[in-house]
Design a protein. Structure first.
Length: 73
């Protein structure tokens, strides 16, 4: 159950991170990053790893985007 919830949270965060790749609205990554952290916490508590891995990928994408642009652009 926690894995399914983690996957759903990861999909929402992934959609926001995908939208945040666009240069004008990249501040959406500030919303996607904490959502993916919550999904990661749910994935860690689960007995399966697919939700955890999805949220790790989303964290890497949004974190890298925030790091490269200084969190602004």
């Amino acid at each position: 159950m926690l894995n399914i919830l983690s996957i759903l949270v990861g999909l929402v965060a992934g959609l926001l991170a995908f939208i945040g790749i666009i240069p004008i609205i990249s501040l959406v990554n500030w919303i996607a990053f904490p959502i993916a952290l919550v999904g990661l916490a749910l994935g860690v508590m689960s007995d399966r790893t697919s939700g955890r891995n999805l949220n790790l990928v989303v964290l890497a994408i949004s974190g890298l985007r925030l790091f490269l642009t200084g969190g602004i652009f």
